[in-house]
Every structure is written in structure tokens, then in C-alpha cells.
Design a protein around this ligand. Sequence first.
Ligand code: CA
Ligand code: CA
Ligand code: CA
Length: 231
Amino acid sequence: MYMSKGIGIALSIIAVMLVSIGVAYSMWSQTLEVNGVASTGEVDIEIQNGSLIYLDACGLPPGYGQSGGYDWNASHYPSPFAEQLAPPEGKDVGCTNVALVDSDGDGDSDALNVTLRNVYPWYYTHIAFKVCNDGTVPVKIWRVLVDGHYYYEINEQQLHQGVEVDLNNDTLPDLTIWWGDNFGKQLHPGECADISFDLTVLQAAPQGSTLSFLVQMQAIQWNEYSASIPH
Ligand SMILES: [Ca+2]
Ligand SMILES: [Ca+2]
Ligand SMILES: [Ca+2]
């Protein structure tokens, strides 16, 4: 077949270009594959609708049910355990309100807006809910963000003494929080775990105040958990 020298060179150049495009293409698709392995699915958790319960809900009449409306008092502080609390005193000054929040805007709740109204030192409340794996990969309950601070897996000391939180940034703690122990728990897609915490208002909290803070639950892909908590 007749071919001019010029066309021959042009064809060789095109062939070289095709080869390099091919190389580039395969490198690109390899990169995609690597990324695909690194990120195998969607990490998503949600607070299960209807699972939220808490003591002394605002709006409950005093004495409603067993204790509704009456304030709980942590007279056995620093013990967080309900059975060691004084029974409701027949006083109704403060109350607890908890609202579910969709903090990342994906249509399900992943955070709680906690408001303690008109509370005072040793006011006590308890909040419980279920966290479910709503994504496509196994996850572990990683950490919680309270008022802008991250808290991780509970150590022995925190289990017994709780975690003190300073909400108004005057360096004095306003609240002690005791967490349940489901941090680090692995959840397969569709699985849920109970999370709960106890709250006690401390002496340094501003008097007769309304304390409000956001509690945001965060999960991580199961195999990234141990490398992603402070040791
Ligand atoms: Ca009350
Ligand atoms: Ca959400
Ligand atoms: Ca404070």
C-alpha cells in the first residue's frame, strides 16, 4: 500500500499518542480502583426515630406518671447511678428538653439539642436513645461532640467520675456527663446500639440558668477505628 512519508510519520505520532493515552488511561483507572478499595461504602448513622427518652421533660405536669415534672436531685454525687439518687423531692423548678437534629442535612437525625431550663446545682437528668447504622459498611461508634469538644471511648476514671464540661467558657465546669459504654461498638448496616448519658449540674453553673448544648454522635468505618482514637 502506498503511503507518503509525511502520512507515515503522522500515523506513527498518532500511534504513540494512542499508546500514551492508553497508558494514562490505565493509570487513571488504577487510581480509581485504589480509591474504590479505600472507600468501600457510605458511613452514616442515625438516631432512631422514637427511641429518645429522657427524665423530667419540660411540659410534664408535676407527679405525672412515676416522677414526671418533679426534679431529680443528684444528692449522691459523684455517683451517676439512678438507683442511688434521692427520689424526686416534690419540687418542680427545672426541666429537660431534648430535640433531635439533622446536623449534616442528609434527612436523618444524628445530633441532640439538649436544653436544661431554669436549672441549679445538683439538678440531675438522664437521656437515652438508639444509634443505628444507616450506611452500607460496618461502622464503630467513634466519638461524640459536645459543645464543640470531642470525647472518645470512656476510660475507667471517666466511667466513675464522669466528664466535666464547661459550657460558658469561664474555665469552671458547669455539668458532669457520664456516658454509657457503647463507644467502639461495631454496628453492621441496619444494626442499632443503646446510648445513654446522665447529667448533673454543678455548683459553678450560672444560677437559675438555661444550659443549652449540642451533642453530636459520630461513627467511623470499623477498620479505621483503632487508629483514629487518641491513645
Ligand atoms: Ca422539673
Ligand atoms: Ca443526618
Ligand atoms: Ca463554666
